[in-house]
Design a protein around this ligand. Structure first.
Ligand SMILES: C[S@@+](CC[C@H](N)C(=O)[O-])C[C@H]1O[C@@H](n2cnc3c(N)ncnc32)[C@H](O)[C@@H]1O
Length: 224
């Protein structure tokens, strides 16, 4: 007889929920099962900075990628790519001369990401040092930032420091797109993040919810 609720049970639940939400109507091209296992494992190790039990669905990834004008962007940065769920939707939209780099804090995710996207650039480090990390790749004037960061679970000091870095790199008119979950909006630090972006960006738009994600997520587009 089974005793307790193991990681495997949790994984099974995630996968059944995905089926229920019709997340697998297309054959996955990536090894999504091992991505789930890896993300879940890193969530257990670092719950606040991973802040997700499963990688973003391809529906959310498509919604994020289509929220910003990637096709005309020369410099694009992805923050917190994790196992690469969003990256897969971003790269095909970039023009041939576009420059792309990702910044990931967790070296375990970084290693996995690099094996998934050979030839693409990823710097290991914190978004709090974004200018320095972009400087290493001679990237300074960014058109689009696609963020998978768990902003609401960041301490307020990190939210503020990271947002300063983002704003100093984005071109005037440049955009950052990010996503969040309902729970994050209820946290005091989540509410602080909303106030902060509303104060610091020229325009903040909350786009439609993506229900075909675990959990459902909203997308925010912030224009400098
Ligand atoms: C919610 S997961 C999103 C993963 C992936 N983008 C997705 O949508 O499936 C958050 C990611 O942000 C990364 N992260 C957290 N804090 C960070 C920081 N200060 N700098 C850079 N990346 C960070 C985590 O390691 C993790 O990969």
């Amino acid at each position: 007889m089974k005793s307790g609720f193991s990681c495997y049970d949790a994984l099974d639940s995630i996968r059944s929920a995905e089926h229920f939400m019709l997340l697998e109507t297309q054959k996955p091209t990536r090894d999504t099962l091992s991505e789930h296992v890896l993300l879940l494992r890193e969530f257990v190790r670092y719950p606040f900075r991973t802040a997700a039990l499963a990688p973003s669905s391809r529906h959310l990834a498509e919604r994020m990628a289509s929220a910003v004008p990637l096709g005309s962007a020369d410099n694009v940065v992805e923050l917190g790519p994790g196992t690469g769920a969003l990256t897969s939707a971003l790269l095909p939209r970039l023009h041939e001369q576009a420059r792309f780099m990702a910044v990931e804090l967790n070296p375990v995710f970084a290693e996995r990401w690099r094996s998934q996207f050979p030839g693409q650039v990823l710097e290991v480090g914190s978004v709090a040092n974004l200018r320095q990390l972009c400087g290493r790749q001679n990237m300074s004037s960014i058109d689009c930032i696609v963020s998978g960061l768990p902003w609401p679970t960041f301490p307020v000091s990190l939210q503020e420091a990271a947002l300063e870095e983002v704003l100093s790199l984005l071109k005037p008119g440049g955009q950052m797109v990010t996503f969040g979950y309902h729970l994050g909006m209820l946290l005091p630090s989540g509410r602080h993040f909303f106030r902060l972006i509303n104060r610091r960006f020229r325009r903040v738009e909350r786009l439609a919810w993506e229900w075909r994600n675990l959990p459902p997520a909203y997308v925010l587009r912030c224009t400098r």
